[in-house]
Design a protein around this ligand. Structure first.
Ligand SMILES: Nc1ncnc2c1ncn2[C@@H]1O[C@H](COP(=O)(O)OP(=O)(O)OP(=O)(O)O)[C@@H](O)[C@H]1O
Ligand SMILES: CC(C)(CO)[C@@H](O)C(=O)[O-]
Length: 277
């Protein structure tokens, strides 16, 4: 028997940490985009071992006493900003669910707890539990405790990322300051008032301009002149660009010239999945 789980990734655009003593009630509020290609993990005796599990996911399988072969397809890297650790932790917990070791919501809650305890994520598990298009986290906490909602992502807009380097989530949390907090709160209030794609597009761009986070990256003038650029944000050392589809060829031509690691991503079409093959 082979058990598989597939999980989208998530790129936070802005977040406010909300730390409590109990990890289940801790986390963050914020806004982000769920994206694909998806992470896929299969476990079973019949398959060949393949891939390296992020530590949090490995710890989950060890804790659940699942020591069978596994095949991990992780199309996006760790430590860049794609919530790879949360995505892999959820996948491992869902394998535990398929083995009958836990219920579905408990699996997600346990993944959240592990992310909080390891400081590899605050709101990613809650966000991914919703898992489609644009995700608004209104109240912090594990799935079932926090408050989250998703709206679909328009078909005529492309998501492109440029990666300038890696950063641990711990480092990101240490560099969080009060200016970012105030701006994030202002933007989240606006988005909660009217949770539409247009509001998100406008407010995220405004947030990025006001906090001047792009100055952390090189080539910023060139990037901001990308044809069809509607909005953008910075996560860790990565820039996320939202570009009109009808200008995407010109945009890619320009961005490829910058010579950085570039990815074209799809908005996620559905939340986490778990099945038997
Ligand atoms: N070679 C490796 N093998 C297994 N685990 C690794 C390896 N390198 C790093 N890790 C683990 O991967 C995790 C990276 O977590 P981190 O939250 O920084 O990344 P991320 O989830 O990709 O980032 P973000 O949530 O911001 O998108 C850490 O737990 C780290 O210990
Ligand atoms: C802390 C964080 C930015 C890491 O990806 C994310 O978990 C979030 O938005 O809370």
């Amino acid at each position: 028997m082979v058990f598989c789980a597939s999980v989208p990734y998530h790129i936070t655009a802005l977040f406010i940490p909300k730390i409590k003593e109990d990890p289940i009630y801790s986390g963050s509020i914020g806004i982000g985009i769920a994206i694909e290609p998806r992470l896929k993990l299969c476990v079973g005796e019949e398959i060949d071992n393949n891939g390296i599990l992020p530590l949090t996911a490995k710890n989950v399988l060890d804790k659940l006493n699942i020591h069978e072969n596994f095949n991990l397809n992780m199309p996006l890297p760790i430590k860049i900003g794609y919530a790879s650790s949360a995505s892999s932790t959820i996948a491992a917990e869902l394998i535990g669910f398929l083995y009958g070791k836990t219920s579905y919501i408990k699996a997600l809650q346990e993944a959240h707890k592990i992310e909080i305890e390891n400081k590899t994520g605050l709101g990613d598990v809650l966000a991914i539990s919703c898992g489609i298009g644009i995700i608004l986290r209104k109240k912090e906490g594990a799935p079932g405790i926090g408050d989250v909602d998703c709206i679909s992502f328009p078909k005529d807009i492309s998501i492109v990322t440029l990666e300038f380097g890696s950063m641990e989530t711990k480092e990101l949390l240490n560099s969080y300051d009060s200016k970012i907090l105030n701006e994030s709160q202002r933007v989240l209030n606006k988005i909660e008032e009217n949770f539409t794609f247009e509001t998100v597009l406008y407010e995220i761009k405004d947030f990025s301009e006001k906090t001047k986070m792009i100055n952390l990256l090189n080539h910023n003038d060139e990037i901001l002149k990308t044809p069809g650029l509607l909005s953008y944000y910075i996560k860790k050392k990565m820039i996320v660009l939202l570009i009109e589809n009808n200008k995407i060829e010109d945009a890619l031509h320009k961005l490829k010239g910058i010579g950085l690691n570039l990815r074209i991503l799809r908005p996620s079409s559905h939340g986490p999945e778990a099945w038997q093959e």
